[in-house]
Design a protein. Structure first.
Length: 285
């Protein structure tokens, strides 16, 4: 897991300059009163929106900077914000950067490693608890629903609609509807009214395996144990060790496009070794 990414403040986000002061107001006629009121309301909305934008910008910069990996205490957060304010106000750094950069980098690296070690130990405990809950959930669900099947990998599934079109393989992309939830029913992601398309070789193993069971038009519910999901990764909305439940519908299987060069190569006769048998079955030996 990558921690302590670049400490750059802006990740490709442009600088915004908004003037909040217009020209001096002129005398308005009664006919323009409604227009002025509307313009005033619009300005108030713009100011309110800008507060949200800057708050989100602050959140994004903090999340992308990697500072959270240092597990700052309340006092350390306060000092960090003091430094951020100095930068916002265009003031000089608290000390000469050349004098402090090397020891600071070492401190941050050591602090990050220490925090990551502590965090991973905590995550392992959380993952073990969630894994046990997931195993119990799948066991009870299979006892209650005899239509469920279990694959060799441990994926549990129920095909609720067979479908009649093509089936995908791992080199294909698929267009699907989906809803992902935890075993307590909390939805962490869904496509809603719009389909999404993605390559099968870029998703978690449980989704990759489950979607290959379906033809176009097919629907299924997949019960994905953590080893076929996100494992011990603790990501927003999905705690470490979580068993996942996905309702999926395959709308279309998208075959990879072949380049003109690949088609040309495919049209050539297959090379044969000298002395090879003309019997097609010989290569199977």
């Amino acid at each position: 897991m990558e921690v302590l990414k670049k400490f750059s403040v802006f990740y490709g986000i442009g600088c915004f300059a908004t003037s909040l002061f217009g020209a001096p107001a002129e005398k308005q006629t009664s006919d323009s009163t409604a227009s002025v009121a509307k313009e005033t309301a619009s300005k108030k909305e713009t100011v309110a929106d800008s507060k949200v934008y800057f708050k989100v910008l602050g959140w994004m910069n903090t999340m992308q900077s990697g500072i959270r990996s240092l597990d700052l205490s309340a006092d350390e957060q306060s000092v960090y914000m003091e430094g951020a304010r100095l930068a916002l106000e265009g003031k000089e750094a608290p000390t000469k950067l050349g004098d402090i950069m090397e020891p600071m980098q070492k401190f941050l690296k050591d602090r990050s490693a220490e925090s990551e070690k502590k965090r991973m130990a905590e995550v392992k405990v959380i993952a073990a608890e969630n894994r046990k809950k997931g195993e119990e959930f799948i066991k009870k669900t299979m006892e209650a629903n005899k239509n469920l099947k279990k694959s060799a990998s441990g994926l549990v599934y129920e095909i609720t609609k067979a479908g009649s079109g093509a089936k995908a393989n791992e080199e294909d992309s698929v267009e699907i509807y989906y809803k992902g939830s935890l075993i307590d029913g909390k939805v962490f992601d869904e496509s809603k009214e719009k389909t999404v398309t993605f390559p099968l070789n870029g998703v978690i193993p449980g989704i990759k395996e489950g979607l290959q069971l379906l033809s176009e038009g097919g629907k299924a519910t997949l019960y994905i144990p953590d080893n076929l999901g996100y494992g011990e990764y603790d990501i927003p909305g999905i705690p470490a060790g979580s068993t996942l439940v996905f309702d999926v519908e395959v709308v279309k299987v998208v075959k990879p496009m072949k380049s003109a060069g690949a088609d040309k190569e495919a049209s050539k006769p297959a090379p044969t070794d000298k002395g090879a048998s003309n019997n097609p079955a010989a290569s199977a030996k």
